[in-house]
Structure formats: structure tokens, C-alpha cells
Design a binder for this molecule. Sequence first.
Ligand code: NAD
Length: 270
Amino acid sequence: MMSEVAVDRSGPELRFENERLDGVAALVTGAAQGIGAATAHALAERGAVVYPTDIDEELGRTTAARIGAGDRFMRLDVRSERGWDEVTERMAADGNRMGVLVNSAGAAMKATLQETSLADFQRMLDLNLVGTFLGVRAAGRHMVDGGAVVNIASLRGMLATDGLGAYGASKSGVRALTKVAAIELAARRIRVNAVCPGSIMTGITDGQGFSNDDYDAYVRSIPLQRRAAPDEVADIIAFLVSDRSGYVTGIDMLVDGGTAAGVTTPKKTN
Ligand SMILES: NC(=O)c1ccc[n+]([C@@H]2O[C@H](COP(=O)([O-])OP(=O)(O)OC[C@H]3O[C@@H](n4cnc5c(N)ncnc54)[C@H](O)[C@@H]3O)[C@@H](O)[C@H]2O)c1
């Protein structure tokens, strides 16, 4: 008969209670708007002590005030090593250790590989991949045992998409980084997961230059026939950092309305 293995489900200093995050210090990057802002809000609603960060200070402070975290907003450029030191020092000065980290800062760029300059390619990697690496490394250094990290990768890091080569490569890298971090931090019961959103209605997808017809065709190509609101990703992230998902680590979870499930064929009109 197999012997029972004792199950230790939380770190000594951290207590999640189902989806509640009361008193858990949660750092969110890219929190001024979009998915990061919705996530900061979702975590605050669940009781977390949220530290919203962004390079956009004005919008960041407005968003932080809206979710009751106004005095905890910090400017953080995720590409800056020093910046990561400063935010973790500030949390420590407040008597808080990071229990949750959500790496949402990012940007997209639409260009074929032939049109992409070396500088632009490196800019994508720096922001989306190196920024996430620095965050994951900071979590390894400062996070409470039993904590949780969620990185935002993308459907485009799974499904090759023309015109999104640099972006897709950076997000593929985020998926790989997530899995390595999950394995390396498992001994401390720190879980590291990624979400891979499809098409979410945020500033990042504005101005993609679609004609109305192309836009409609694009939306029809999504099995659920719609784009998503940022809070639909935020709710998944809140689940992934809660103890409801305590046995889940190293995944890259699609939130894409079924886009990657397969292909859609033209419908009969008759
Ligand atoms: N919206 C989508 O359809 C979609 C799909 C897949 C993945 N994503 C990913 O979700 C994440 C959030 O994107 P979003 O849609 O909310 O976009 P968004 O443009 O609404 O928000 C991105 C935020 O990141 C901030 N930011 C940019 N550079 C930064 C830097 N160097 N340091 C710190 N903050 C910085 C911006 O100021 C902004 O507030 C990104 O990583 C994006 O790639 C979005």
C-alpha cells in the first residue's frame, strides 16, 4: 500500500483562505490600466494589500486611488534592476513581504519580421521578457514561502501570428521562464503560472489599423464570437494566486475564447 504523504498547503507566514487574500501583500506591474489595473482591483476586492506599479505615474496614481491603494502606488519601470530593489525595499519598510506578484507590464508591436529593426526587437524582449525575468527573480529573493506569481504571456506566444514575431517571441519566452521558475521555486511552495490572453479590450489592442470589415471577421474567427473584458483575465489571475489553485504550478493557461482550440470553417448560408 502506498503511504500517505503529508500535505503542506501554505507557507509559514502566508495564509490564503480559499479566494480571500486578506493582508497578503500583492505587487502588480503595469497596474495603471488594462489587465494590470483590473487585476489590482480584483486582488484588492479579495482583501490583498495591493502595491500597484507602472511607469505611467499619473494614471497609476488615479487607478491606485480608485482601488483604495493610493498611497502605495510606486513608479516601477520593470526593465530596471534598481527599480525592483526599490519597490521591494519600500514594501519591507512598510513591514510587508511580497506574497503575490503579477507581472502585467507589457506592450505589443505589429510589424513583419522583415520590417522589424534590431532596436525594436530588443525593445520587445526587454520589456516583455527581461522585465518579467527581473520580477520573477525578485519574487525568488523576497517572496514569502507559499506565495504565488502570475506572468502574463499571450495567445501569440503559443500560436504563431504574422506581424507579431517580436511580440510572440517575447511571450513564448515568458511561458518558458514561467515553467523554469515554477520548478525552481517549488521547494519553497511558491507557485508560478502564466495566463495567455487572446484578445482583451485594452489600450494595447487600440489602433491596430483594422478596417471595420476586417475587425468583424476577426471577432467572428474567435469561437466565442467576442473579445473579452480585462476583468475576465483578472478573475483567472485571482484564482491562480489563491489557495483554490494550490496544486497548480507551471501552467500557461489560455484565456482566449477558444481561439487556440482549432480552426473555424465558413458557415453554410442556405
Ligand atoms: N490586451 C490583450 O489583448 C492582451 C493579449 C495578450 C497578452 N496581453 C498582455 O497583457 C499585459 C497587459 O497588457 P494590457 O492589454 O493591459 O495593456 P495596456 O497597454 O492597457 O497596459 C499595459 C501597462 O503597462 C505599462 N508599461 C509599459 N511599459 C512599462 C514598463 N517599462 N514598466 C512598467 N510598466 C510599463 C503601461 O504604462 C500600461 O499601463 C501585457 O503583458 C500584454 O502583452 C494583452
